[in-house]
Design a binder for this molecule. Structure first.
Ligand code: PLP
Length: 409
């Protein structure tokens, strides 16, 4: 039942691993493009709908160019992400800049690129004005606080550091209006890895009501509402994909009932676009039998932090043993000197031998990008599996020289 369809074969990976040592990431170009286009198609009723891909999920120029071709924009939250967007050809309002605790330098770069600046705090109005000037279009990030429940990854809005309170939203737009800002957007991101379609419909409903109130109280007709990212993916067996059409239809009904045309809708999903189409490939280098049975692989939590950081589940497959019985129970571990460096705990798997290649699924978002260098671990290479079945290296692996490059011996 936990079989997964993977877009490559064992022999392809064996061949690749002879040239490039494991661990490495593989991303499925076709899967990414199809999902991006599926999201756009679902919302095509909203003629100016825009999906700004959350760069932090998979910050690689080849991926960003691919998404640009499909018609996506980008959502950036740091200087480096803005520079990456710029260097891959994004400009102006194709870029949404949603950051928090933002530096002057970041606002200046976002402003120079003509990005849509989404403010996280009311004090940032004066800060932005002072350091970069106020653009003609400004967006406000709303935090509904006690009015909305969040979920386990992002927590409840009332405890989240992001966004303006409800009262500040009104004060903020009023200030912006007085300072001569001409066009306004509204944003909220209150869920992460959420699988319930209704959650997104409820978020849209909340924002639509707020938009109507903003119009009534301040006479502002918003140009867009960005309902954030946070669409989840079925990491665990038995979980179901979010039905994007269901989300879209629910939102469409609210939009029509409230007569919101020509308000533009936007999203900034990362995970749902690339997450299911990325794989971390790693080789078994040891087996250890003590109080528990361990499979030691050559990847670590420094390559994929999610399981260690929030106990996230990732499907683990053994190449060539897809049809074997799940006869053994293992912990799959990396080599960090941290006991949470585990990809799976007490997982039912086929019998595994040293040398086997493991594929950790759903690693295409918040995977490589969350990597780090603790314990002197080096970040791995990334490959794009093209629709023709070839592997294109889109990032080389780090070397010890890279690791030492900032040091003075
Ligand atoms: C992380 C983040 C996203 C993307 O979240 P996903 O779960 O990858 O869809 C979008 N917007 C903001 C502001 C974020 O911080």
């Amino acid at each position: 039942m936990s079989r997964r369809i993977i877009p490559f074969t064992k022999s392809q990976i064996v061949k690749l691993s002879k040239k490039h040592s494991t661990p490495f990431y593989v991303y499925d170009e076709k899967g990414i493009r199809d999902t991006a286009e599926e999201l756009l198609a679902a919302f095509s009723w909203n003629s100016r709908f825009k999906e700004y891909f959350a760069v932090k999920a998979l910050p690689n120029p080849s991926i960003l160019r691919l998404l640009k071709k499909s018609g996506l924009g980008v959502d950036c939250s740091s200087l480096a992400e803005l520079l990456l967007a710029e260097r891959t050809g994004f400009t102006g309002e194709e870029i949404m800049f949603t950051s928090n605790n933002t530096s002057a330098e970041e606002f200046q770069k976002a402003s120079a690129l003509g990005a849509i600046i989404n403010l996280d705090d009311i004090t940032h109005i004066a800060f932005l004005e002072k350091h970069a000037g106020l653009p003609e279009l400004v967006s406000i990030r709303y935090n509904p606080g006690p009015l909305k429940k969040g979920n386990s990854i992002i927590g409840n809005p009332i405890d989240a550091k992001f966004g303006f309170t409800r009262k500040q939203v009104f004060e903020g737009y009023k200030m912006l209006l007085e300072k001569g800002v001409k066009r306004f957007g509204l944003h909220a991101m209150v869920a992460s890895n959420e699988l319930d379609e209704n959650y997104f419909i409820e978020t849209a409903s909340m924002l639509f009501d707020l938009a109507i109130e903003i119009d009534k109280k301040l006479g502002i007709k918003l140009v867009f509402i960005n309902i954030g990212g946070g669409i989840g993916i079925p990491y665990r067996p038995g979980e179901k994909r979010v039905n994007l059409n269901k989300v879209s239809l629910g939102i469409r009904k609210l939009y029509k009932d409230r007569n919101l045309f020509p308000l533009k809708l936007a999203m900034e999903c990362g995970r749902v676009i690339t997450g299911p189409h990325g794989y971390l490939v790693s080789r078994v280098i040891h087996k250890k039998d003590t109080y528990r049975k361990y499979i030691g692989v050559d990847a670590t939590m420094a390559n994929l932090m999610r399981p260690g950081m929030y106990g996230a589940y990732h499907h683990v497959g053994v190449l060539g043993k897809e049809n074997d019985r799940l006869s053994h129970t293992y912990d799959v571990t990396g080599s960090l000197c941290e006991n949470n460096d585990k990809f799976a705990i007490g997982r039912k798997l086929p019998r595994i031998e040293v040398g086997d290649l493991l594929v950790i699924a759903d690693a295409g978002a918040h995977g490589h990008s969350m990597g780090f260098n603790y314990n002197g671990k080096l970040r791995s290479a990334e490959f794009l599996l093209t629709p023709k079945g070839s592997f294109k290296m889109i990032r080389r692996s780090e070397t010890v020289e890279d690791y030492f490059a900032t040091l003075d011996f």
